[in-house]
Ligand binder design. Sequence first.
Ligand code: C2E
Ligand code: MG
Ligand code: MG
Length: 591
Amino acid sequence: MRERAVSGTLDGQGGMPGSTPTVVTQRNESSDFRAAFNAAQLAMAVVGRDGLVRSANHALGELLGTDPARLAGDPAADFTGLREDPRTWSAYREVLLGRRARLHCTRRLKRHGGRQGVWAEVIVTPLPDSCDTLLSVADISDRRDLRARLRHLRMHDPVTRLPNRSLFFERLTTALTTAADGRGSGRIGLCYLDLDGFKAINDTLGHRAGDRLLGAVARRLSECAAPGGHLVARLGGDEFALLVENSTGTQQLVDLAGCVQAALQRPFDVAGHRLAVSASIGVVERPAAGTHATELMQAADTTLYWAKADGKARWTLFDPERNAHRMTRQALSSTLRPAVERNEFVLQYQPLVGLGDGVVRGVEALVRWHHPQFGMLAPNRFIGLAEETGAIVPLGRWVLATACRQARHWQLSHPAEPIVVSVNVAVRQVWDSDLVADVAAILTETGLPPRLLQLELTESAVMGSAGRPLQQLQQLSDMGVAIAIDDFGTGYSNLAYLSRLPVSTLKLDGSFVRGFHSEEPPNPADETIVEALVQLAHRLGIKVTAECVESAEQAERLGRIGCDTGQGWFYSRPVPPDTISALLGAPGVRP
Ligand code: C2E
Ligand code: MG
Ligand code: MG
């Protein structure tokens, strides 16, 4: 009889003998439910208030590797692992006691005999009109596997099978936060490497060979990283990174970099070719606290760049000082142009003095950058950068205009003995701007006579100059502007060549003048050379100015061998324009 079969059933109350049609209907429903319960694909159990299984279906027995009948009387929490997480455990008990409507969680099942079972989605809900609850367990291992496989694909590089950039950053970020928690050494290290000349291999042997080489490189990197359990990732192209969590110090990273270098030194046999490969490695190691992933990568990137710049096939250690220098360079170079517009530059002037009579003949305009952050910067900090970036063109134009305006002012205030202003001109100004037009416009604007302007160009700017630079020099000279060769003697120009250029003055480099110092025994060879140089220049109609005159002794000797003017600390350091104005009021700098 069907009713009988239901005894000891689902509701756990046992079958109630009944004869009314209503009861029969209930019984039938109950037995139908029972049949459905047993036949269901979804694993289920009815659990009493006490948490013990009252009945379990076949599907659950199968999932747990046991006969469902043997589950009766067991705590359901045992095979569902519900007790392992305190929050889940308390929620589960709430449901059992009827104080909560539902528990939904993901647990790893325990199979009969204690072995780990599959991952499952566990749902516990009270049964209507009963003190019991229904526990259902859905095997989600396929879904989890699929998700894990998709994640693996997303996080790994198909060519080398190594973790990719995404996974690397995930691990790095986690490592930084855990290290900051105070577990482990609290330090982190990174070897960031790039294969030297990989592009050439790729281009000549093809991408397939390139990929195989990358795969082989990845295997060797993994061999180096395996003993320490470090993460090896391919960050893209031919870039790899080895992450050392809880590093013990720089030495550990240096050792690892050395291992990598040695591992890559063995030749690679790829696609029938024997290939020699080397790598440049940037090594960074530091405390994790206060370090951000992007910042660490930036440091590693900079260090790798140094390794390349230092000659490749080597590792280089991050150097904060070198980095600060780079940052300042970067900061300076990016703010040069706006600084011209913001008027952050000032000119100082250094007198050019007649060696025979001590009279000021002119001044050289020397630019300084009054930087809002770094203070007063000397030109050697920024002129090179300005040349690289092209900012020298607007800056040079500003210098020229300011110096000419100042010179015109001096001319008007001291009409009896006007002084020449000498302005430095960078090579790039000659090539990249219309220097002639600029000079002409500025002279017109300021009213300065061309003969009171001298332009200083270095030897390299005029050497071998043909075409545009030579034409410009000629035009400037034709206008009446004087041309001087700055730092003469440091390049390779010869006087015969210079004589063909419209040059009126040579500024003898300080290194020549140094030999004239009284404290050292005077070097007769220096004196002979300079004397011959001066004589030759004079014969070609060129005047000579000596730079870096620091003592009376030097001034005296330079004067004796025929130099025309001197410039240097002996007379005056570069000074603000007002100081020059005061000086011009006096009869001569040196009596
Ligand atoms: P420079 O044209 O050879 O200028 C002479 C440099 O020697 C100046 O350095 C000056 O301060 C320094 N000096 C002068 N007398 C003495 C001395 O007795 N002993 C020593 N040891 N040094 C002395 P400063 O002002 O630092 O300028 C350095 C260089 O920067 C200049 O060398 C010039 O090449 C460049 N420069 C300066 N202003 C400008 C500019 O407006 N435009 C361009 N393109 N370059 C400039
Ligand atoms: Mg100069
Ligand atoms: Mg000079």
